[in-house]
Design a protein around this ligand. Sequence first.
Ligand code: 3PG
Ligand code: MN
Ligand code: MN
Length: 560
Amino acid sequence: MGSSGDVNWKLADHPKLPKGKTIGLIVLDGWGESDPDQYNCIHKAPTPAMDSLKNGRPDTWRLIKAHGTAVGLPSEDDMGNSEVGHNALGAGRIYAQGAKLVDLALASGKIYEDEGFKYISQSFEKGTVHLIGLLSDGGVHSRLDQVQLLLKGFAERGAKRIRVHILTDGRDVLDGSSVGFVETLEADLADLRSKGVDAQVASGGGRMYVTMDRYENDWSVVKRGWDAQVLGEAPHKFKSALEAVKTLRAEPGANDQYLPPFVIVDDSGKAVGPIVDGDAVVTFNFRADRMVMHAKALEYEDFDKFDRVRVPKIRYAGMLQYDGELKLPSRYLVSPPLIDRTSGEYLAHNGVRTFACSETVKFGHVTFFWNGNRSGYFNEKLEEYVEIPSDSGISFNVQPKMKALEIAEKARDAILSGKFDQVRVNLPNGDMVGHTGDIEATVVACEAADRAVRTILDAIEQVGGIYVVTADHGNAEDMVKRDKSGKPALDKEGNLQILTSHTLKPVPIAIGGPGLSAGVRFRQDIETPGLANVAATVMNLHGFVAPNDYEPSLIEVVDK
Ligand SMILES: O=C(O)[C@H](O)COP(=O)(O)O
Ligand SMILES: [Mn+2]
Ligand SMILES: [Mn+2]
């Protein structure tokens, strides 16, 4: 990906802006702009650093779009997310993203003509086809309507035995919505059974506790999924998925994100759908980060992260290929967006020395996603990526400060060292704690992120550098579901519905610092700028003109 020989990597010098300024590039994860009220945790938190970038500074602070078509999602109703957000920030162009590519492949039927489907369908005659993934309509990692179409499409093309392994959401959608999604799925499976297909749910569990870990934070999450899906073993056994989800949700403190693993058993107590030799497996998430570890467990012969006990000989395909560099998985139903010539690759070719850092749960955001879903360095001599281990096995409302301070200190040291031209971080707090739905903890999280911003800005000040502060999508700025008029929407019992998910809000971007040339200000002539406009902006601030096909820079230089 992205390294084709005929690319001209040389960037032209910017006619007005100098090279050699240290740029502190901060991405606040889940930090949107919304009306100030009691559900806006950013408003409630003391955020003096962020306030100082905004107040009275209309030339160097503005809002940009971070959702919908601005980041390559199918519609304006699609909230932004880290993958598409960081892809856009790093690549400087808008790519049709996984959600959209899968929609198109399903609508045209091309999904059934390509290699991936042909490969897995060889198991249809004698084996079972297993579908594993996040069961929701969140549109961040997967979409239920796509799963429904796949089930139908597989059955129409000869699948005789289908098992679905569900992961309940509650993170990109309201907590409790898993019940409705399971009902919808069960109805579809019943319909297939009426047509002679042996189709049922085989196992399940909450996404944050079963299967969907990322960046190798906690392999026990993937192991729980393996045990249930492949071995047919789990602490909880039920006759149906609906009964499983309803019963497990009724436990004190239970929620969709963290439901324990369960398997569905027949009347004799035997698991109905372990994965065995000759079966096919399709993981139906289109988003990469939380599928890579699972893909390694399913595909790698040499694997030592946990004892797989039994490794079935399967035909496995991802909905997409999840890692372009590792070519993982090797088979997939839909080709992922080919995100090439990212700003990181250009800047490496032009001698820019880069330091990137976050804690584990967001580490891949400023590396892997930033670089177009590509792992590793472009140029080891010029780049250093530092991962600070995240706390694992906890929900982050317990530790809302997370590793913000440690990230900021690493960034500060990198800035002061003089060894880097770009120091890029992701501060996870607003997002990771926002996803827990705990408003008080999210306020603490936002304060911690703001302190980290201050530390980095101070270091930039000391070295005469430039800062660029922005965010990848909203989350912490709105923690309730709202009706059309914007008022908090109540459920049937009259309760507030806490919003654990991202939002459709725009995000701020601010530039400044002693190294910012006089006369640099945000242009007013770009109609609806979004995250993809940031890459060209940053290239300008490094003293380069961005490639022609990049979304335009947000800045102009006026004579002072
Ligand atoms: O994977 C997650 O944690 C959520 O589904 C989306 O959050 P992110 O896009 O900020 O990672
Ligand atoms: Mn994010
Ligand atoms: Mn998030």
